[in-house]
Design a protein. Structure first.
Length: 224
């Protein structure tokens, strides 16, 4: 008769062997990787960041470690990873941070800001038609952290304006500058037109009226 202790050892050993076989079995290898939610980023970025080009075992794939690896990119906000053992599928859904505007610096650099004022990237070029923000006062920045300005209300106002503008298709296609030199009065510059907006009160109505005025200008190159 086997002792209880011996039976436990045999059971543990058997389980270990079965787990090892499962980890090595092609039945649990990833056959399909489904990546959703990427826009600014690419599926190739996700695959390379998580080393998904080779054979990947669903059992050994660490979802928490994978999510942390993806979040090293400042454009990644949330990551949801699901394993489908029966379908041998790995599903990765990413929520990206949304670009709101650029801050144009004297040095010629552009800071990419999201809707929370976080600096996502610093470049010498810009790629999207987003509003440029001028007039903010700050001494430096850290990529991945909110831009620290002397008057936070000016940045908040600029981001709100940028978001409202993005909801109006015709204005969103324009090259718009938001001048926040005055904390009490925001100015827009687009085409050759300067617009004194004042504060954020009734901002939707103001922007709607602005779009209508620009659309009905007899000369699209008018200044004023």
């Amino acid at each position: 008769m086997f002792s209880v202790k011996y039976k436990i050892i045999i059971t543990v050993a058997a389980v270990a062997v079965l787990l090892t076989l499962a980890l090595l079995s092609p039945l649990f290898s990833v056959r399909e990787v489904v990546i959703t939610g990427v826009d600014t980023l690419s599926e190739q970025f996700v695959r390379e960041a998580l080393t998904l080009e080779g054979e990947v075992n669903l059992f050994s794939f660490n979802t928490s470690k994978a999510a942390a690896e993806l979040k090293k990119n400042h454009f990644v906000d949330q990551v949801r990873i699901k394993k489908d053992y029966m379908g041998q599928t790995l599903s990765i859904d990413i929520t990206e941070r949304v670009l709101s505007c650029y801050v144009e610096m004297m040095s010629g650099q552009y800071l990419y800001l999201d809707r929370e004022g976080r600096v996502l990237r610093s470049e010498t070029f810009y790629t999207d038609k987003l509003p440029f923000v001028e007039g903010l006062k700050f001494s430096g920045f850290t990529v991945g952290r909110p831009l620290s300005v002397e008057n936070p209300e000016t940045l908040s106002t600029a981001i709100t304006l940028a978001q409202v503008i993005s909801e109006y298709d015709k204005l969103a296609e324009e090259l718009v500058k938001i001048d926040m030199s005055s904390a009490d009065c925001a100015r827009l510059v687009l085409r050759n037109v300067e617009v004194e907006l004042g504060g954020l009160k009734d901002i939707d109505e103001k922007i709607r009226a602005l779009e209508a005025i620009l659309e009905n200008l007899p000369d699209k190159n008018m200044k004023g």
